[in-house]
Design a protein around this ligand. Structure first.
Ligand code: AP5
Length: 215
C-alpha cells in the first residue's frame, strides 16, 4: 500500500504518519525529515536546502526527486510507503508516478488532513522537538512532562527555525499557491482522495486514518 499524507504545514502529517506507519508496518518517507538530517550532517544537499527551508520556500524539484529516488531504491521494505510532505508540486507528483511505474507499483490514495489556518499557526508556534531523539511535542497541545526536556531521553527541546511566525505565514502561502493544486493533478489522474478532519485530538484523527487505511 502506498499513501500520500497531504495537508498544510502543521496539519499533523508527521504525527499521524509516524503512528500509522508503525501500526500498518509501512515506511514513512518524510522529505522534510530527510532534508533536516542532511542539514544536521552538513552534507552538500543539506547546505543547498538550508536557504530555501529557512525562508519557507520549496527546495527545487530536482533535489527532492533525487532524494526520494535514493530512499525508494535503498528500501528493501516492500509493504509500501506513507509519503509525508511529498509531493509538493505537480512536477514532483509526476516524478513519483514515474518512479512507481518503474518498480511496478502504484499509489492507492491521497489522504488530506484539513485544519483551519489559525490552528495551524498555533500548533507550529508551539511545536518543540527533541534535539537528540527527534520526538515532537507541543507547548499548547502535547506538552512534555517537564518543561523544555524530552520525556523519552531527557535532552533539551528546541524550536524549528522555520516555525517563526513570519516564516510560518510564508509556508502557508507557498502551500496554497504551489502545493494545494497538486490535489487537482491527482483528481485528474483518477487517484482516490479522502479528507479527514485534522482539527481534533490526535487519537481521534489516528482512529479515522487507521480505519480508512485498513478498509
Ligand atoms: P516539512 O518538514 O515537510 O514541513 P511541513 O509540511 O511544513 O509540515 P510540518 O512538519 O510543519 O507539519 P506536519 O503537518 O508534519 O505537522 P506535525 O505532525 O509536525 O518541510 C519543511 C521544509 O522543507 C519546507 O518548508 C520546504 O522548505 C522543505 N521541503 C520539505 N519537503 C519538500 C518537498 N517535497 N518539496 C520542496 N521542499 C520541501 O504537527 C505540528 C505540531 O502540531 C506538533 O507540535 C504536534 O505535536 C502538533 N499536533 C499535531 N497534530 C495535532 C492534533 N491533532 N492536535 C493538537 N496538536 C497536534
Amino acid at each position: 500500500m502506498n499513501i500520500i499524507l497531504f495537508g498544510p504545514p502543521g496539519a499533523g502529517k508527521g504525527t499521524q504518519g509516524e503512528l500509522a506507519a508503525e501500526r500498518l508496518d509501512l515506511v514513512r518517507l518524510s522529505t522534510g525529515d530527510l532534508l533536516r538530517e542532511a542539514r544536521t550532517e552538513g552534507t552538500d544537499l543539506g547546505q543547498k536546502a538550508q536557504r530555501y527551508m529557512d525562508a519557507g520556500e520549496l527546495v527545487p524539484d530536482s533535489v527532492i526527486l533525487g532524494i526520494v529516488r535514493e530512499v525508494m531504491e535503498a528500501q528493501s521494505h516492500r509493504a509500501g510507503f506513507i509519503f509525508d510532505g511529498f509531493p509538493r508540486t505537480e512536477t514532483q507528483a509526476a516524478g513519483l508516478a514515474d518512479m512507481m511505474d518503474e518498480v511496478g507499483t502504484s499509489l492507492d490514495a491521497v489522504v488530506v488532513l484539513d485544519v483551519a489556518d489559525e490552528t495551524l499557526v498555533r500548533r507550529l508556534a508551539g511545536r518543540l522537538s527533541c534535539a537528540k531523539c527527534g520526538v515532537v511535542y507541543n507547548r499548547h497541545f502535547e506538552p512534555p512532562r517537564e518543561e523544555g526536556k524530552c520525556d523519552v531521553c531527557g535532552s533539551a527541546l528546541v524550536q524549528r527555525a522555520d516555525d517563526r511566525e513570519e516564516t510560518v505565514r510564508r509556508r502557508l502561502e507557498v502551500y496554497r499557491e504551489q502545493t494545494a493544486p497538486v490535489l487537482d493533478w491527482y483528481e485528474g489522474a483518477g487517484v482516490a482522495i479522502h479528507h479527514i478532519a485534522g482539527d481534533r485530538p490526535i487519537d481521534a484523527v489516528q482512529a479515522d486514518l487507521t480505519a480508512l487505511l485498513s478498509a
